[in-house]
Write a protein that binds this ligand. Structure first.
Ligand code: HEM
Length: 88
């Protein structure tokens, strides 16, 4: 197995979404609830804490990398969620 080629193929297959596409996954316009953090997009639809796309003062469907600094938790909260793609 050539790991360099495998890594290349994986990154090529990653789903890519624009900010506009992400914005539709805000818990209001489409059933999916997605959040971007440091270029990665996570599906938080299953979370009770993101119901209707709202999490405390924050809305899903956005890149919330900067906002995480104000949160009382670290990025470890994303561990249990599936990464659905990358932000382009
Ligand atoms: C004022 C800002 C915020 C407050 C007060 C807040 C509060 C919380 C609390 C209390 C929890 C559950 C306990 C924990 O896991 O520590 C939580 C979970 C979580 N937070 Fe935040 N948070 C804030 C901002 C953010 C931001 C900006 C993001 C995204 C970049 C975020 C993403 C998450 C995620 C993904 C979870 C896990 C949800 C789950 O396990 O169902 N939070 N937050």
């Amino acid at each position: 197995m050539n790991y360099k080629i495998k890594a290349f193929q994986t990154s090529q297959m990653e789903a890519k979404y624009t900010l506009q596409q992400l914005a539709l996954r805000n818990g209001q316009d489409k059933p999916e609830i997605w959040v971007a953090y440091l270029g990665k997009i996570y599906d938080v639809s299953e979370s009770r804490l993101w119901r209707n796309g709202k999490h405390y003062e924050h809305w899903a469907g956005q890149d919330l990398s900067e906002e995480l600094k104000d949160a009382p938790h670290t990025e470890s909260v994303f561990q249990k969620f599936k990464q659905v793609g990358v932000l382009v």
